[in-house]
Design a binder for this molecule. Structure first.
Ligand code: ZN
Length: 275
């Protein structure tokens, strides 16, 4: 089957200032800035948005949008031009042009802009939907109920070939229902893996480290291994969830996503050489 994917654009959703240990397991030191990313996928069936960034309310008042605890744990710096609708304007589009929104998971920095797209189909894994509404107490902090409580959901049950060339892949561990998005045969780009927070930084791949926040650390490592194996097998560009260096190296809207030079996926471990 041929791919329906025609383009991919990386949209800039601002930054979060967080403890490094919340990004990479065991990391310590000063708080760091991490990017908040959204991806606009052009298909022959219309535009699909992957993740929606922060609640746009944080542009004016993070504490009003998220409450004091969450706004302090992940301090947002989001400018007006990083509103999802303003990012679409860079491409001459409006929220009505987005036919479907796919969420890697429902944490506050991925699901916050969902209400900007009332006309779209909203797709999340059933396991994530369940967990976001009924998390264990210690794991509920990253969810802002206002982001998703009234959304009309389309629930995916595991891996799903959602559209030709658009493959949702279950990658649990960061959350129980986390998914990554695999795009096949994108013109001028090849195969692309939007890992979401299944792989937070390129360094996580190199050092075999799960996300700093995980409901199941072993599952998170397993999910990362599945993604990196797939990337090797298909020469896919891996875009990680919160790597500032990778974000800065990649073209952002209005420019289309392109592979940077060198080893963009950061896959240091190469296949066994038996020659
Ligand atoms: Zn995140």
């Amino acid at each position: 089957m041929t791919s329906s994917v025609t383009s991919v654009h990386l949209l800039d959703g601002g930054v979060l200032e967080v403890d490094p240990g919340s990004v990479v397991a065991g990391a310590a030191g000063r708080r760091i800035d991490v990017p908040v990313q959204m991806f606009l996928v052009g298909t022959t069936s219309g535009y699909v948005l992957v993740d929606t960034g922060n609640d746009p309310g944080v542009i004016d008042d993070p504490v009003a949008a998220w409450g004091p605890e969450l706004a302090a744990a992940s301090r947002p710096r989001t400018a007006p031009h990083q509103h999802p609708a303003r990012q679409l304007e860079l491409l001459g589009l409006t929220p009505r042009d987005v036919r479907a929104v796919v969420y890697t998971h429902l944490h506050h920095d991925h699901a916050g802009g969902g209400r900007v797209f009332p006309d779209a189909v909203h797709v999340v894994q059933r396991a994530e939907h369940r967990w976001a509404h009924n998390p264990d107490g210690h794991a509920g902090k990253g969810y802002a109920r206002a982001d998703f409580g009234t959304t009309n959901w389309t629930l995916a049950d595991g891996d799903w070939h959602m559209l030709p060339g658009v493959h949702l892949m279950m990658t649990p561990g960061h959350t129980p229902g986390h998914q990554s998005v695999v795009l096949w045969d994108v013109p001028d780009l090849g195969n692309v893996i939007l890992a979401g927070d299944a792989i937070n930084t390129v360094g996580c791949i190199d050092d075999d480290l799960p996300p700093g926040i995980a409901t199941d650390t072993l599952a998170a490592v397993h999910s990362m291994h599945r993604l990196t194996a797939l990337a090797h097998a298909t020469d896919a560009l891996v875009v990680t969830g919160h790597d500032m260096a990778q974000f800065e190296a990649l073209p952002k809207a209005p420019d289309p996503l392109r592979r940077p030079g060198g080893n963009p996926a950061g896959l240091r471990q190469q296949p066994l050489d038996l020659s």
